[in-house]
Design a protein around this ligand. Structure first.
Ligand SMILES: Cc1ncc(COP(=O)(O)O)c(C=O)c1O
Length: 473
């Protein structure tokens, strides 16, 4: 493709992209294809000769789009959002065009220095104290893995990096029973083994029981184990529980244990002054992760990872072969030494575009709208006889179930709600996911798409009632 052709196709694609965003609402939210259906449409072998762009794009529309679940649909209420916005997409276009690898300061000074600056903006926006330095990781999973590796190295005096961890089975980590699965995955990858991770029960409020945490740490230490890290969650994935960072931080300090805070979704809400309290006590943390790619209108991927002791991270991750040495080394930040991957995309650009385009107030207004919509929906569910609000909204996530009179058996209720969820998602009007709360199957409803308005939530609630009441019992 020469540059003249590139220009022509690019203009056409930008129009397609704008049309897509304008009309995404008319598409079914969740793809309805069967497993294998898309692959069967694709050529089994690569083409020997190049193909015209028109044909490639026509195939994209015909063969691939039916297999796309539309995360930017205003009626996407599943999982946590991965919302996006026009300024973010425009920045991604520039990032792809520049095609730089921000692994070292020298390989793109602007990439590194913008990352430093824009993460300090974000630090201020969410109210983290000075002294935290930021780096962009691809995902919260990577950030949590880095935090666990840093804790492992601190605890072993950096010996695990040299000798490995086989034979070292005394290290212990703690997280709530509702923590994201990425915590256990990271513990496994770090070579510590799932059995070194204690799942602390949650209390009524969905947060980790601090008394149980303290008792577990004390019991382990008394038995000769070495407690190294607590991973606290602010906004659990299932039902948005909040661990009390102030109390957990105090326990960590008392026992010399590190604290990593997973605020992947809810951290964005801390830009809103009335929600800042959810990070009370964050000053005790050694590291914090917040995903702008979940709720801050920055398209996937962009995970902000704040660390107290960057030097400790560098010591954990740095390996310096000759081919990666630069003359500025030591005077500048080389972000490759703050995480797993060497290669790094220019992700700071989209965060900068988004923060500047909306302004902090503009972003706050969107978060406030989402939280308010979840609150209104909760009131509507609560007022309906045959529905139960199982978890009142914490921020913009709530859990409910259909509970018509006459169905009281726990298994029957679970089965009814599973059928309800399937029917709703198959219908394509909205997309929801499930979790369990105290053993019961419940439907999660998370408001968080950039374009979601009251009319969408009202329509979703109408669809839920209509489909529920049409189910056979
Ligand atoms: C609380 C929490 N932590 C971590 C993650 C993992 O996020 P990522 O996909 O960025 O690794 C999620 C994903 O939803 C989450 O809800």
């Amino acid at each position: 493709m020469d540059i003249a052709e590139y220009r022509r196709h690019a203009h056409r694609l930008v129009d397609w992209m704008a049309d897509y965003l304008e009309t995404v609402e008319s598409r079914p939210v969740r793809s309805g294809v069967e497993p294998g259906e898309i692959e069967a449409r694709l050529a089994a072998a690569p083409p020997d000769e190049g193909e015209p762009f028109e044909r490639i794009f026509a195939d994209f529309e015909r063969d691939l789009l039916p297999g796309v679940t539309h995360w930017q649909h205003p009626s996407f209420y599943a999982y946590f959002p991965a919302n996006s916005s026009p300024p973010s997409v425009l920045a991604e276009m520039l990032t792809a065009t520049l095609g730089v690898n921000c692994m070292l300061w020298q390989t793109s000074p602007a990439g590194t220095e913008l990352e430093t600056r824009v993460l300090d903006w974000l630090r201020q926006m969410i109210g983290l104290p000075e002294g935290f330095s930021g780096v962009i990781q691809d995902t919260a999973s990577s950030a949590t893995l880095c935090a666990i590796l840093a804790a492992r190295e601190r605890a072993t005096g950096f010996a695990a990096n040299r000798r490995g961890v086989s034979g070292e089975d005394r290290l212990r980590l703690y997280t709530s029973a509702e923590a994201h699965s990425s915590v256990e995955k990271a513990v496994r990858i770090a070579g510590l083994g799932s059995e070194s991770l204690r799942a602390i029960p949650i209390g009524e409020d969905g947060g980790m029981c601090c008394g149980e945490l303290a008792a577990a740490i004390e019991g382990d230490a008394a038995a000769g184990a070495i407690p190294i890290l607590v991973v606290a969650t602010v906004g659990t994935t299932g039902a948005s529980g909040f661990d009390r960072l102030d109390r957990i931080g105090e326990i960590c300090r008392r026992h010399g244990v590190m604290l990593h805070v997973d605020a992947a979704w809810a951290g964005t809400a801390a830009i809103v002054p009335e929600h800042r309290g959810l990070l009370d006590g964050v000053e005790h943390a050694d590291s914090v992760v917040v995903n702008p790619h979940k709720w801050m209108m920055v398209n996937f991927d962009c995970s902000a990872h704040f660390v107290r002791d960057a030097a400790e991270y560098v010591r954990t991750f740095e390996i310096a072969p000759e081919y990666l040495r630069t003359t500025e080394h030591g005077r500048v930040i080389d972000y490759r030494d703050w995480g797993i991957a060497l290669g790094r995309r220019f992700r700071a650009l989209k965060l900068w575009f988004v923060i500047r385009s909306y302004g902090v107030e503009g972003l706050r207004a969107i978060v406030r709208r989402h939280v308010a919509l979840a609150g209104e929906l909760a009131a509507a569910i609560d007022a309906e006889e045959d529905f139960e609000l199982v978890v009142a909204p914490r921020l913009a996530l709530l859990c409910f179930r259909y509970r018509p009179s006459g169905v009281d058996d726990a298994a029957a209720l679970d089965e009814l709600n599973e059928r309800l969820l399937r029917a709703l998602n198959d219908g394509g009007r909205l997309y929801l996911t499930q979790t369990r709360v105290a053993g019961a199957y419940v439907i999660r409803f998370c408001v968080g798409q950039t374009t979601t308005e009251r009319r969408h939530v009202d329509a979703a609630w109408a669809a839920i009632r209509e489909v529920a009441r049409g189910l056979s019992r």
